[in-house]
Design a protein around this ligand. Structure first.
Ligand code: SF4
Length: 643
């Protein structure tokens, strides 16, 4: 379809000769909303070209009104994709953009150093070195060379990926982080991670560098299904027994007796409490008051502030000695303050849990767990010029909008799937389920028969994502590996990201040599972060609805939402997160319009009206429900792949 279907203002920025099916509607919806200064919540499947659609729809408004566009996404790859699209746009219209990574990913000094700095410590080290002029890569205003200024000007006027800037800066021994920072106020678009916008502390510092206010920003949130979880993480906090003990040792080392005594008591009281629980329990916020009273601390806030001052002094000493400025006392102070501030807020719970370290040693931790993502998202959504919130899996939009408290006049839109109907097969098989009471040996044998049907009728690669590691273990124990005629690669709990990457890449290589089977877990690393275009995954099997274990925190989440949204507590707190995980798995095989993928749900519950309302529209479009017997699945797959 030609670009004449696009509004003229948008066509000026849209860099391609034609639009994909339904892409014009997707773009026009965003453009009309943003032009009216309204936000838009929009679901669209892979293959629609969402990145360029959102950019070309908001750029005419941003340019006309002198606004900045912040494009937030989770991965560096997604950030770089934004810049690639901007480079294409700039062949038609001048536009400058940059992708920004965190300081600890761009800092050249850190690459030279043997220390492993966390983001906060590196910031302190960096500030100190800059003020003393000891960072060899930093150029203060009076030392900026012609080369530096030329680079700065280039970044301010064109579009560059963080990786490109880092490459040039390494050659010229210049700090890429500072260079990008200095150009931020001039560029039109910045692609960056969620935290720059949704973490209040990071946002405050970032806005200063951007030299603008929230009202002058159009925010695009990509892969927005991740946002509620990120928002909850941002406002949660935890303190392990290990960290409390380190705070005690630190206090001993630097001679702070009151801090030492308090940390010692907190450790022993937490340990005692942990001994009386099974795995995880809610704990009264008064627990901390009891510890404080036993320690003879009368004014909690001023004592916790005092700990913060001790932590700051420790960090200063470490910095002056050229050491890593990490203070456990400081971390303890921040945690205790957070605990105290949230003690009477029903949007937070306080939790104690037992777990095993990597070395398999039992330990425990205290945590402040946030239940309400809107505490983080609402202040952002309500202060920008407009928000474009998009993903392939946002259904039901109404629930998403309520949970994140998007502005009342937000436009909600579900884009039609651009995939030809014959490119996606989606089926639900009856007669199978991972519901607890049905997890028998006979049920697992039925699962294995269905998997065999899929694997033997799939041209090359098959992915399987189960509801939990327990289900994976049972499938293996029931003989899954022996039942398959193709090699099996399976994700293990606790695998490092490097080991997982290796496993996935070996599996992908089998796309060229006859095919293989990948066995992972819904919500795991592979099920959301990895794409499998082409033959890398022709079929995906989703085994079971991945409901979370009904832990105290899950129950608290349900009852919090029930209070906020009567009759929807279970839906929003329990079903929605599970269906998001399943929907993400469904999208793995179909990444580009040329891909052809079979999506097989092995659990009859996916066919219920209740669950279906949480599946994305492109999965639901031709969803078939198959009877509980051998054969129909084979027939469907043979028909589909022979087309
Ligand atoms: S100025 Fe740049 S290279 Fe130097 S410490 Fe800071 S971030 Fe690192």
């Amino acid at each position: 379809m030609t670009t004449t279907a696009l509004p003229k203002e948008v066509a000026d920025y849209f860099p391609y000769a034609s639009v994909r099916p339904y892409q014009d509607q997707y773009i026009s919806t965003i453009y009309s909303a943003v032009k009216e200064r309204r936000s838009v919540l929009i679901e669209g499947s892979n293959g629609l070209g969402k990145t360029i659609s959102a950019l070309s729809a908001v750029l005419p408004v941003a340019m006309e009104k002198n606004l900045k566009v912040l494009y937030v996404a989770r991965t560096h790859r997604q950030h770089e994709r934004v810049i690639e699209e901007l480079k294409a746009v700039s062949k038609r219209r001048p536009v400058a953009g940059v992708s920004l990574r965190g300081r600890n990913e761009m800092c050249l000094y850190r690459f030279d150093s043997s220390q492993h700095y966390d983001a906060k410590s590196l910031m302190e080290v960096c500030e100190l070195m800059k003020s003393k002029g000891t960072c060899p890569y930093y150029k203060s205003a009076d030392k900026q060379t012609y080369d530096y200024l030329k680079l700065q000007q280039m970044i301010s006027t064109k579009s560059y990926k963080a990786s490109e800037i880092m490459r040039v800066c390494k050659k010229k021994n210049l700090c890429p982080y500072e260079l990008v920072k200095s150009a931020l106020s001039d560029v039109n678009v910045v692609a960056l991670s969620y935290l720059y916008v949704f973490d209040p502390d990071i946002r405050a510092a970032f806005l200063k560098n951007l030299d603008t206010q929230m009202q002058k920003i159009i925010l695009i949130v990509d892969e927005a299904h991740n946002l509620p979880e990120t928002a909850v993480d941002v406002s949660s906090s935890s303190m392990s027994l290990f960290a409390i003990h380190q705070a005690e040792l630190e206090a001993t080392r630097y001679g702070y007796e009151d801090a030492e005594a308090f940390a010692h008591l907190l450790y022993s009281e937490t340990e005692k409490k942990a001994a009386s629980i099974r795995k995880e329990e809610l704990i009264s916020p008064l627990f901390l008051d009891e510890v404080r009273e036993k320690a003879g601390v009368l004014a909690p806030r001023s004592f916790y502030q005092h700990l913060g001052e001790i932590g700051a002094a420790v960090k200063k000493t470490l910095l002056s000695e050229g050491k890593h400025p990490r203070s456990y006392i400081n971390a303890l102070s921040e945690f205790l303050m957070r605990w105290t501030e949230t003690a009477e807020d029903e949007a937070y719970i306080h939790v104690i849990s037992k777990y095993f370290t990597r070395e398999n040693t039992p330990t425990a931790k205290l945590a402040v767990v946030a239940l309400d993502p809107s505490k983080v998202t609402m202040p952002v959504f309500s202060s920008t010029y407009a928000n474009v919130v998009m993903s392939g899996t946002l259904q039901p939009l109404d629930a998403y909008s309520k949970i994140t408290k998007m502005p009342h006049d937000t436009i909600e839109h579900i884009a039609c799937s651009p995939f030809p109907r014959e490119h996606i097969l989606s089926v639900v098989c009856c007669g199978v389920t991972t519901a607890m009471e049905s997890r028998t040996s006979a049920m697992y044998q039925t699962f294995i028969r269905r998997i065999q049907e899929v694997v033997s009728n799939t041209p090359v690669n098959t992915g399987i994502f189960t509801a939990s590691y327990e289900v994976t273990r049972s499938l293996m124990a029931e003989g899954l590996q022996d039942a398959l005629e193709k090699p099996l690669f399976f994700e293990r709990r606790g695998m490092t990201s490097k080991a997982n990457e290796k496993l996935v890449s070996e599996f992908k290589e089998h796309a060229l040599t006859g095919g293989a089977v990948f066995l992972g877990v819904q919500g795991g690393r592979t099920s959301e972060g990895v794409d499998f275009p082409g033959n890398q995954m022709n079929s995906v099997i989703i085994i079971g609805v991945p409901y979370a274990e009904p832990t105290p925190r899950v129950k608290a989440q349900i009852s919090y939402y029930e209070k906020q949204f009567p009759l929807h507590g279970r839906e929003y707190g329990y079903l929605l997160p599970a269906m998001k995980k399943a929907s993400q798995c469904a999208g793995r095989p179909v990444r580009t319009l040329e891909d052809k993928g079979a999506i097989i749900f092995l659990d009859h519950r996916f066919a219920s009206h209740y669950c279906k309302s949480f599946l994305p529209s492109w999965v639901l479009r031709d969803l078939k429900v198959l009877p509980a017997k051998d054969g129909p699945l084979t027939q469907e797959l043979q028909r589909f792949f022979s087309q």
